[in-house]
Design a binder for this molecule. Structure first.
Ligand code: ZN
Length: 475
């Protein structure tokens, strides 16, 4: 080798002479510095990191690119800061090379700490170009990387991050629901990032999120819109009143209530009240409420069904005979004659009422209608005929004393009660509940009551007139 000639890079490369190549990085000829940097890349020598990082300030763009490639080839935690710093290089080609190195190489480095540090560094320089790789990093297998990516997106402040953040938050919540495995740090970071990003300027992004296929994402968007509390959110929230998911409809209605939205007396108003399950208010919006009331009927429990039927009756709606609502509708108004008119197609719905209506008088009505349709049932009344006669006396004309007399006569006729030595124990509603024997013991008049099996093999008896629970006995 000539004493003062240029270093022979090829020879050093062949000999894997790292120290010689590192020395050559300082040579005055840019072509040599570049060749030395390129030769160092495949060697991945840790001692080359600092000298290569120093070359990122080289005056020659080609040298800087070779240094970037050398550092990127090595990867790992130590090259993060120099490479991320080089994202702000003055030369567009250098920047492009650095961008590939950082976004593709470092963000997928096998070492999680490197990925985390890269995301954090990108947040510190608020690199708007990094939104897409950081968004990808929100699905990283390592929670610390995901948190760093989320915080970086928050720092960058790009509205484009809102939908991916909402998706990431929804995924964490769904995963916790399905597997019981929470990711509290990720959840907290995503929530804080959305807190920081979701102001009036974010309405467009949140509106787009309302179109997402996953209900969880739509729910986050609705709640975020509601929190903005500006009149500008009224339109997207009103649109969500017809979301297929009732939780979202409800969240939208609550958000509208919070901004003082006045529900109009049209289909929007009806949807608003239906979302809040205020069925009577819903009906006040007129005919537009009918389809909502009818479709909601199948999705609510018995007490609300009663409210829906009342609301439909208020709108003078009448069901078709084949309507699944026909029996509950007429039953809700005590029109058992209409139920019987429906014939065999009423049987299933009548059995439903018989087994689950909260008001025992409805069960009596259903049992009576079934019997009229030649479908007598052995439960929940042992003697339906006696229950019906007892209720007829109680509901008839006359004073309370008259009714007691008539009821005692009925019970005596049926040998349920001996007027001599026994007394009747009356329910607070005036219906007979038990006989009191001469020794003072109370025997429930089970023939006059409704019964239902309850837990641990017992039977509970109810007053069919006022629903009072009378007694629970071993089954
Ligand atoms: Zn009673």
């Amino acid at each position: 080798m000539p004493l003062f000639g240029p270093p022979d890079i090829r020879q050093m490369e062949a000999k894997r002479d790292t120290q010689g190549l590192i020395k050559a990085l300082a040579f005055k000829d840019a072509a040599i510095r570049r060749a030395a940097a390129e030769a160092l890349a495949p060697l991945k020598d840790p001692t080359a990191v600092e000298p290569l990082a120093g070359l990122l300030k080289d005056e020659n763009p080609g040298v800087r690119r070779a240094a970037v490639a050398g550092l990127a080839a090595r990867g790992g935690f130590r090259v993060v800061e120099p490479l991320v710093g080089a994202l702000q290089d003055v030369d567009v080609d250098v920047r492009a090379t650095v961008a590939t190195a950082v976004y593709r190489r470092l963000m997928t480095d096998p070492d999680a700490e490197t990925r985390r540090a890269t995301a954090a560094a990108l947040g510190r320089i608020r690199d708007v170009e990094a939104v897409s790789p950081l968004t990808k990093a929100m699905t990283d297998s390592d929670d610390a990387v995901r948190v760093a990516a989320i915080k970086a997106l928050q720092a960058i402040g790009s509205l484009d991050a809102i939908l991916p953040l909402a998706i990431a938050l929804a995924q964490v919540q769904v995963r916790e629901k399905l597997t019981g495995k929470p990711s509290p740090t990720v959840e907290r970071a995503a929530t804080q990032a959305l807190d920081a990003l979701c102001d009036e300027t974010a309405i467009g992004q949140l509106e787009a999120a309302l179109q997402h296929d996953d209900a969880e994402v739509r729910e986050i968007a609705v709640r975020r819109l509601a929190r903005i509390g500006s009149p500008l959110v009224a339109e997207p929230l009103a649109a969500s009143l017809s979301d297929e998911d009732p939780v979202i409809r409800r969240a939208a209605a609550r958000g509208l209530a919070e901004i003082g939205w006045k529900p109009p007396a049209d289909e929007n108003g009806a949807a608003y009240w239906a979302a809040l399950r205020e069925w009577r208010r819903c009906a006040e919006c007129g005919k537009a409420a009918i389809p909502l009331l009818v479709t909601s009927f199948a999705h609510v429990d018995a007490p609300e069904r009663g409210d829906i039927v009342a609301a439909l009756a208020q709108l003078k709606w009448k069901p078709e005979a084949s309507d699944p609502l026909a029996v509950p509708f007429w039953a809700g108004q005590g029109r058992w004659d209409k139920c019987v008119e429906l014939g065999d197609q009423a049987i299933e719905a009548l059995d439903d009422i018989l087994g689950s209506a909260p008001r025992w008088r409805d069960r009596v009505g259903a049992a009576g209608s079934l019997a009229t349709l030649n479908q007598p049932r052995s439960a929940p009344f042992g003697r339906l005929d006696l229950v019906q006669r007892g209720l007829a006396i109680l509901d008839g004309d006359g004073s309370a004393d008259d009714k007691r007399g008539l009821l005692e006569a009925l019970l005596a006729d049926e040998n349920l009660f001996d007027p001599g030595p026994q007394e009747v124990e009356w329910c607070k509603c005036g219906y007979p509940a038990a006989r009191i024997l001469s020794d003072g013991t109370h025997e429930p008049m089970t023939e006059m009551l409704g019964f239902e099996p309850s837990s641990s093999n017992t039977i509970t008896y109810y007053c069919p007139s006022c629903d009072a629970k009378r007694i629970t006995v071993a089954g």
